[in-house]
Design a protein around this ligand. Structure first.
Ligand SMILES: Cc1cc2nc3c(=O)[nH]c(=O)nc-3n(C[C@H](O)[C@H](O)[C@H](O)COP(=O)(O)OP(=O)(O)OC[C@H]3O[C@@H](n4cnc5c(N)ncnc54)[C@H](O)[C@@H]3O)c2cc1C
Length: 401
């Protein structure tokens, strides 16, 4: 049986960041990461899925929460290093426009802008129209046009870059699904679906929405379906929208759907799509406490047709005279925590640790979340200026230790 000092379970955005940080900060450790590759056909796949099978995730510092702003800032600062060590490009600085007419949100984002001072301009509706003539906002809107490092990342490429950099420094990548995790007196025993067994002195669980399926005591981790709309964009529209930033909008009017949107991006099928998703529209919650049975039919489906129809309306309301060749929809999963921050904590002190619950914001900040989790697991110490208590694991039984 192969024996490691530390095993990371899940090679998604956070797990792949964690393994790279272990190779950089703890080079003396023999480390591995265990997790499957993206399925080649999600319609027939019946293994585990993830929240990163896509071409774009918005990245920006401006956020209503200072904690999330901080995690993003730390992560974004390391993107150039990850790109240069891996030789892979995943970061696209197209800017991020954050627009809202909700008074409390305006105050929160102004406070974040004053605190972190990312390069940005604060625009009213007229200023917004002047800069982005194809976007339509009502007079009551305030928009923060964040520039500098804001824009989007390609999550598939970021994971590949993290793993490439980690492997170059000696980490082992095991492309299998973990089916069993047993904490023993002297370490953790890990079994995979194909029957392999590994032993590690410690393990870090970073299995996203599947984390509870491997834990005895379940985390309070509502796991919600999320439908995305892909609008295939013709060449003349790609040209017209070539300076389009990533966009996050939140509306005061409950009849108008808030959404986030990425500019036209190339996808693996050779086509170019504007991708958008809803913020706050009700979808459905899954029971992931015992196993992943409810997730398989969801990921094999095309998501919710009702949500897709609402987003189609919202897209055409926001981007004026938009021409679209075709629409597609796809399913995804958002994993929440009880306090709205990621869980980064010890499950069994000195043995098993967890980093999970991106709350829909985890991609851009995954490098810092992975770093804090990796170092906590390796050293039993908290290596961040952020308060450890803000990241404590809260369990489904209401307890936190
Ligand atoms: C449609 C959509 C849009 C989003 N947009 C944004 C955005 O614009 N900006 C942003 O910052 N965030 C965004 N997010 C959130 C972000 O994608 C997630 O927070 C992020 O993916 C969480 O990273 P993770 O590593 O915790 O989970 P994941 O990325 O899901 O990775 C978990 C990994 O664990 C693996 N795994 C699961 N079970 C097992 C097992 N039993 N054994 C081994 N491995 C296992 C999976 O294969 C997967 O690779 C979005 C999410 C969705 C769904």
């Amino acid at each position: 049986m192969a024996i490691y000092d530390l095993a990371v379970i899940g090679k998604g955005l956070v797990g792949s960041a964690a393994i790279r940080h272990l190779t950089v900060n703890c080079p003396e450790l023999n480390v591995c990461v265990i997790g499957p590759d993206e399925p080649s056909n999600r319609k027939t796949h019946d293994g585990v899925f993830s929240s990163h099978y896509d071409q774009g995730r918005i990245t920006r510092v401006l956020d209503p929460s200072p904690l999330w702003g901080n995690l993003a800032r730390e992560s974004i600062a390391r993107y150039p290093l990850i790109e240069s060590t891996s030789g892979l490009r995943f970061h696209h600085r197209v800017g991020c426009l954050r627009a809202t007419d909700i008074p409390e949100r305006v105050l929160e984002i102004d406070a974040c802008a004053a605190r972190f001072k990312p390069p940005h301009r604060r625009l009213d509706a007229a200023g917004c129209l002047e800069r982005y003539p194809y976007l339509s906002f009502s007079d009551k809107f305030v928009a923060w046009d964040e520039q500098g490092e804001a824009g989007y990342i390609n999550p598939r490429q970021l994971i590949e870059a993290q793993l490439k950099a980690a492997e170059a420094k000696g980490a082992t990548v095991i492309r299998e699904i973990v089916s069993g995790l047993a904490v023993k007196r002297d370490g953790v025993e890990i079994t995979t679906r194909v029957g392999q067994r590994f032993q590690a002195r410690k393990a870090l669980l970073s299995a996203g929405g599947y984390s509870n399926t491997l834990l005895e005591r379940k985390l309070d981790m509502p796991t919600k379906s999320h439908t995305i709309l892909l609008a295939e964009t013709p060449p003349d529209e790609i040209e017209r929208l070539r300076r389009m930033p990533s966009i996050i909008s939140s509306f005061d009017n409950p009849a108008v759907d808030s959404l986030y949107m990425l500019p036209p991006l190339p996808y693996p099928d050779g086509k170019t799509y504007i991708k958008l998703g809803p913020s706050g529209l009700d979808e459905r919650y899954f029971d992931t406490t015992e196993d992943d049975r409810e997730l398989i039919p969801w990921f094999q489906s095309d998501g919710s047709a009702v949500i897709a129809a609402k987003m189609k309306n919202a897209l055409h309301r926001m981007v004026t005279d938009l021409k679209v060749i075709s629409y597609q929809t796809a399913p995804c999963l958002i994993t929440y925590s009880a306090h709205g921050n990621p869980y980064i904590d010890a499950i069994v002190e000195d043995r098993l640790y967890v980093t999970t619950a991106g709350n829909g914001y985890g991609a851009k900040s995954s490098d810092e979340i992975g770093r804090i989790g990796a170092l906590l697991c390796a050293t039993n110490e908290w290596h961040s200026d952020l308060e450890r208590a803000e990241f404590r694991a809260i369990y489904a039984d209401g307890g936190s230790k």
